[in-house]
Write a protein of this length. Structure first.
Length: 86
């Protein structure tokens, strides 16, 4: 079942970064948002905390290049790295 939701971006740079990333990847912006949310919700509490701290202190890249997966990799918390540690 498909559900609709309107997202209002208060941060124009974030909106632009999303649209640029969507264009670069030839994917709809809604797919990128859904993927980022899925990764966030699947992350452990520690990973979620690290993501939130990163977004508050450094900010995510506004050039469309730093998605959640990249942030997790930079923090050493990407799925493949986390699985290797277990």
């Amino acid at each position: 079942m498909s559900r609709r939701m309107t997202i209002v971006f208060d941060d124009e740079e974030l909106y632009t970064a999303l649209k640029v990333a969507a264009a670069k990847s030839h994917r709809p912006a809604k797919d990128l948002v859904a993927e980022a949310l899925t990764l966030l919700f699947e992350a452990t509490g520690e990973e979620q905390h690290a993501i939130m701290m990163r977004s508050q202190t450094k900010g995510l890249s506004r050039d469309g290049g730093a998605g959640v997966e990249q942030v997790l990799r930079e923090l050493g918390l990407a799925r493949d790295e986390a699985a290797a540690r277990r």
